[in-house]
Design a protein around this ligand. Structure first.
Ligand SMILES: Cc1cc2nc3c(=O)[nH]c(=O)nc-3n(C[C@H](O)[C@H](O)[C@H](O)COP(=O)(O)OP(=O)(O)OC[C@H]3O[C@@H](n4cnc5c(N)ncnc54)[C@H](O)[C@@H]3O)c2cc1C
Length: 423
């Protein structure tokens, strides 16, 4: 028997879950509501690592992903004159530990679109075969209230409509409204653990020196500017700062123009590519800023509501594992639902148990993160550059890669024949 499932959020893990659910049981009736009026393809480079690569392979999408990867050769730390101080290369051998630049760097919008299109394609196949109904996406809509009883959830939506579901999944990002509705406001806010950093992403026109290497420029007072281009026609700009400013904390829910003005003020004294960056910031139409933190809860379910991806276990961009975690989470949740064949409480309990060791590992940060990455003074920047230069000259940068979370624990994705995947 199929389940009536509501997925809140059409980012990475919402469409991914829908693909797995439709493939495992075509009679599932799936609705995805997305708060944004259209598919949100903003965002810059994200990476796919370790178990995330295995999940994409199982989905049959790894070759498609390969055609969209950004060809980036590594990461160069530079000074205000653009001189390289240290370089971290990438591991594209297909074997062993990935570096800071992963083998599968992809623009967030490309990955969101690939997953969205595939979920519709799987749904159309289901309909063509007369086995069920294609996943339904509803944009510009979100759940405003969830009321649970022993057998399901009554959801009320922003357009005033109501519907009952067997299962509601919060795939709505680190600030998840689903989490707030299911777990209560206080608990939901307490599980977000800020790491003291803020980051802004936006696109700027490609410049002459932009190319295969990502560039990282440090500024005093705990600030970083970074650009990434790879083989793309545009350049991605990143601004980041360590700060406990109340203004920054409040800013992410403010109108974009106000956020831009705040970030402009913070980087007004930039001594590397200042005009280009600030002009780009002013003119861009894809500005996105976030408070960096981790979501840490003991459970990702409450009754018939489950949390998925950043909503339940955001590991933060310092780990490079957010996208991988959201894909692995979608795979395990669908796998457990298929294995427990309609018994939602048992499936969600198992989802928690199976995924917990993986999440615990990926949420471990490199010791000293984020502080060691953000020096306060020019002297601190000099010291960081010197240390990184020594590491790379002595070729012990690969040892630093070993500190990245993907190498720890050796957690393998479970096998779910119930999902009826090819491999
Ligand atoms: C616009 C955007 C840009 C990003 N850019 C980057 C980046 O450049 N680099 C990086 O490392 N990470 C970025 N991220 C975060 C990254 O996508 C996630 O950390 C990760 O991939 C996990 O994906 P997710 O599906 O759990 O969450 P997300 O990718 O954040 O997707 C959540 C989705 O839920 C939607 N949503 C939010 N609230 C509701 C609601 N109440 N009801 C319904 N839908 C809702 C959002 O609009 C979004 O589409 C970005 C996220 C977004 C939304």
């Amino acid at each position: 028997m199929g389940l009536k499932v509501l997925i809140n959020g059409a980012g990475i893990c919402g469409p991914a879950l829908s693909i797995f659910l439709q493939r495992s049981n075509p009679s599932h009736e799936i609705t995805v509501v997305e708060r944004s009026p259209s598919l949100r393809v903003a965002g810059q480079q994200i990476d796919l690592r370790a178990q995330g690569i295995a999940v994409m392979r199982k989905m049959g999408l790894l070759d498609t992903i390969k055609t969209k990867t950004v060809a980036e050769q590594g990461l160069a730390f530079i000074d205000a004159n653009g001189r390289t101080k240290a370089v971290f290369g990438k591991n594209d051998s297909g074997k062993g530990q990935q570096a800071f630049t992963s083998e599968y760097e992809i623009m967030r919008g490309d990955l969101v679109d690939i997953l969205y299109q595939e979920s519709l394609e799987v749904g159309r196949r289901v309909e063509r075969d007369g086995k069920g109904r294609c996943v339904r996406y509803e944009f510009g809509k979100y759940a405003t209230e969830l009321r649970q009883d022993a057998s399901g959830v009554d959801a009320t939506f922003s357009d005033g409509t109501q519907s009952r579901f067997d299962l509601v999944v919060g795939a709505d990002g680190q600030g998840s409204r689903t989490r707030r509705m299911a777990f209560g406001k206080d608990l939901s806010e307490n599980v977000f653990k800020p790491l003291g950093a803020f980051v802004a992403f936006f696109s700027i026109p490609k410049g002459e020196g932009d190319g295969a290497m990502a560039k990282v420029f440090h500024m005093p007072e705990y600030r970083i500017v970074s650009t990434r281009t790879g083989d793309r026609p545009i350049t991605q700009a990143y601004l980041a700062v360590l700060s406990d400013s109340e203004e920054l904390k409040a800013s992410t829910s403010k109108p974009v123009q106000e956020q831009k003005a705040l970030w402009k003020g913070l980087f007004e004294d930039c001594t590397w590519q200042r005009e280009r960056l600030l002009e780009g910031l002013e003119k861009c139409d894809d500005f996105y800023a976030a408070r960096v933190g981790q979501v840490k809860t003991e459970t990702w379910s409450s009754g018939h509501v489950a949390l998925l991806g950043d909503a339940g276990y955001c590991p933060s961009l310092f780990t490079g594992m957010g996208t991988t975690a959201s894909l692995v989470g979608a795979y395990v949740l669908a796998g457990e639902l298929a294995r427990h064949d309609g018994n939602i409480p048992a499936a969600l309990e198992s989802y928690n148990n199976v995924l917990q060791p993986f999440v615990t590992e990926i949420q471990k940060l490199i010791p000293g993160t984020p502080n060691i990455l953000y020096p306060k003074t020019e002297w601190g920047i000099w010291f960081l550059h010197t240390a990184l230069g020594v590491f790379t000259t002595l070729k012990i940068d690969k040892a630093i890669n070993m500190l990245l979370p993907e190498d720890k624990g050796g957690w393998k994705i479970p096998e779910y024949p119930e999902l009826k995947l090819e491999s």
